[in-house]
Ligand binder design. Structure first.
Ligand code: DQA
Length: 145
């Protein structure tokens, strides 16, 4: 009964990445705010970041199940990782895809998500608030938590 917050490549570097695109908030701050919101609602969350596709897949295989929900920002893997997509599809967990930037308003190659069809929905372009919105949706809808 928990929410897994999963972050893909380069998201550990938030704060140093282009502020105009990704904002200035660090991943640690995003995670501690999510932990606080989750605690206020009596929900358990686990956070995980990796720059390695296989580690993200291992984490999902080992931790995601029908009692969990997933909030995932796959970073650039969004656009081409069929193996990460399959790992999400193989779980029974409800998933929400989150992007800080609006991937539909950027380079053409970022417009496509190979992850999206495995998710309940996608939040893109709301900055760090996108994670909170996803968390509140899961809490309010009681999806797998
Ligand atoms: C991102 C968008 C991706 O295209 C990019 O590769 C990222 C971050 C976002 O949160 O806006 O690393 O997922």
């Amino acid at each position: 009964m928990k929410i897994l917050v999963i972050q893909g490549p380069n998201l550990n570097n938030l704060g140093n990445r282009d502020h105009a695109i990704y904002g200035a908030t660090t991943l640690d701050t995003i995670h501690s705010e999510l932990r606080q919101t989750a605690a206020e609602h009596g929900v358990d969350i686990d956070t995980f970041q990796s720059n390695h596709e296989g580690e993200l897949i291992d984490y999902i295989q080992q931790n995601a199940n029908s009692d969990c929900a997933i909030i995932i920002n796959p970073g650039a893997l969004t656009h081409y990782s069929y193996s990460l997509r399959d790992a999400i599809a193989d779980t029974q967990a409800s998933a929400i895809e989150v992007h800080l930037s609006n991937i539909h308003a950027r380079e053409e190659w970022r417009n496509q998500s190979v992850i999206a069809d495995t998710c309940i929905g996608q939040i893109s372009g709301l900055g760090a608030y996108g994670y909170t919105a996803a968390l509140l949706y899961l809490i309010n809808e009681g999806r797998n938590i």
